[in-house]
Design a protein around this ligand. Structure first.
Ligand SMILES: Cc1cc2nc3c(=O)[nH]c(=O)nc-3n(C[C@H](O)[C@H](O)[C@H](O)COP(=O)(O)OP(=O)(O)OC[C@H]3O[C@@H](n4cnc5c(N)ncnc54)[C@H](O)[C@@H]3O)c2cc1C
Length: 242
């Protein structure tokens, strides 16, 4: 974390930048985490504050329904009460991440289910050699693999949800679900795209849209690699991050 905040009298002066912030250039306020002499702290920054700029990242082929921005803070002066109280260290940002990542467990299953259902419906309607392609063994295998994967992802999500209700859910459990559900959803989307043949690449069907969006989900809220390392650490006790 390179963004820094330093005291100037009662005020704070914040300097730094952050790429890839969803809705950054349409937001009225930004929550910015920064290094201070007392550790990581969070700040509420009105986006019309002098020194704050948000630049839209253009030419995305994924998650095109939302804007993504680069935030730049150049000597942004904030009053003392802009700081989030009672949150010191990485616990604050990490607890936000746990919440967002938990939601992704279910979002990924939803995207995968939409792709599977599109493929199932298409395979029943598309006729080749006078029969629906759903009657071919290889297509049935793809449909069954997708169905099993989608339901496995849903069972994982429900189980982790129950652990959350019971207060036994740890961040490594969320890594397990986020990593496995998102890669499952990408595999299902790719298989569904194949079942749709050439129609799989058009926006007439939801599959290619989910597939492209899932590429972002694979990276944000903890990349596949970082969740792998979290799980590696959880089962071996050894840290392989550096
Ligand atoms: C559409 C979109 C919206 C986003 N919205 C937000 C947002 O609102 N807020 C926010 O904070 N972020 C947001 N992000 C950013 C996202 O969280 C980051 O892109 C992600 O954390 C990866 O960081 P990076 O892109 O710098 O990749 P890098 O860190 O450069 O990683 C590149 C590759 O190297 C791998 N890698 C990096 N370090 C290690 C390591 N130690 N060991 C093994 N492999 C490693 C990564 O897994 C990845 O495969 C968004 C991203 C996208 C695409």
């Amino acid at each position: 974390m390179r963004t820094r905040a330093r005291r100037d009298g009662d005020d704070w002066i914040v300097n730094g930048s952050k790429m890839w912030i969803t809705s950054g250039n349409i937001a009225d306020v930004a929550v910015v985490w920064a290094q201070t002499d007392d550790g990581v702290r969070g700040f509420i920054v009105p986006t019309d504050t002098k020194g704050f700029t948000a630049n839209e990242i253009e030419h995305k082929l994924s998650l095109r329904a939302s804007v993504t921005s680069e935030l730049v803070l150049d000597d942004v002066r904030l009053p003392a009460d802009a700081i989030l109280p009672n949150v010191v260290g990485l616990k604050g940002p990490l607890s936000c991440l746990n919440e967002a990542r938990f939601g992704i467990l279910f979002g990924a299953v939803g995207a995968a289910r939409a792709c599977y259902e599109a493929a199932l419906s298409y395979a029943g309607e598309r006729v080749q050699f006078d029969v629906p392609i759903a009657s071919f063994q290889l297509i049935q295998r793809q449909l069954v693999e997708m169905m099993v994967a989608v339901n496995r992802g849903m069972l994982t999500s429900i189980h982790l949800g129950r652990m959350r209700d019971a207060g036994t859910l740890g961040s490594e459990h969320i890594s397990f679900g986020k990593m496995d559900n998102v890669r499952m959803a990408l595999e299902v989307a790719r298989t569904a795209r194949s079942v749709l043949g050439a129609n799989g690449i058009t926006l007439e069907y939801p599959v290619i849209r989910h597939m492209n969006n899932l590429e972002s989900v694979y990276t944000y809220e903890g990349t596949n690699e970082i969740h792998t390392l979290i799980l590696g650490q959880a089962i071996t006790g050894l840290n392989a991050f550096s």
